[in-house]
Design a protein around this ligand. Structure first.
Ligand code: XMP
Ligand code: MG
Length: 180
């Protein structure tokens, strides 16, 4: 295990198992429908790639990137789209794929934004849910795991762009971000 990781919170095996279950559930719920899977870059990228492969049916992939101003462990609530979807989602079933719902600011903004484009439906799948920190209400349609209020990294999630490549979700040692 890496030196900066205090503890493995979710193992690679547990991630794979849960992602497969989510894929099954989504495949059943959207049977016979076309779905646009939207990856929220960059944190959701590993989850998105695994989830997409576990969904059976008519799926297209698109990507969006937003930034929320603030320091690297805390979001500020002001959200801006840095890279928009390539295609319009009007009349489509959209599933937004996100790494983690923390304060809820990012998703609240993003879901409202996508709904305003007249999608047929917009749902959210979040790998991790950290409900203790919520300041804005967000409905999570599908969730992988509820996590306690620790700063977690790996499987796409970063601290200062590092640790995204870890195959598990780990708790980052406080000294790593407190010393910066
Ligand atoms: P909000 O607060 O808008 O935050 O719900 C969502 C975004 O904040 C980042 N985030 C984290 N990233 N470990 C991370 O690596 C965490 O524990 C964590 N909590 C929030 C993440 O980018 C998410 O999309
Ligand atoms: Mg993110």
């Amino acid at each position: 295990m890496l030196d900066s990781i205090k503890e493995v919170l979710i193992t690679q095996e547990a991630l794979q198992e849960r992602v497969a279950e989510l894929g099954k559930q989504i495949s059943a719920d959207y049977k016979g429908e076309e779905v646009v899977l939207v990856c929220v870059l960059k944190g959701a990228v590993m989850f998105f790639a695994d989830l997409a492969r576990s969904i059976e049916g008519d799926v297209t992939l698109d990507f969006i990137s937003c930034s929320s101003y603030g320091n690297s462990t805390q979001s500020s609530g002001v959200v801006r789209i840095m890279k928009d979807l390539d295609k319009p989602v009007e009349g489509k079933h959209v599933i937004v794929v996100e790494d983690i719902v923390d304060t809820g600011n990012t998703l609240h903004y993003l879901l409202e934004n996508l709904k305003s484009r007249n999608a047929k439906s917009v749902r959210l799948v979040a790998l991790l849910n950290k409900p203790d920190r919520r300041t804005v209400e967000v409905h999570v349609d599908y969730q992988g795991f509820v996590v306690p209020d620790y700063f977690v990294v790996g499987y796409g999630l970063d601290y200062a762009e590092q640790y995204r490549n870890l195959p598990y979700i780990g708790i980052l040692k406080e000294e790593v971000y407190q010393s910066k």
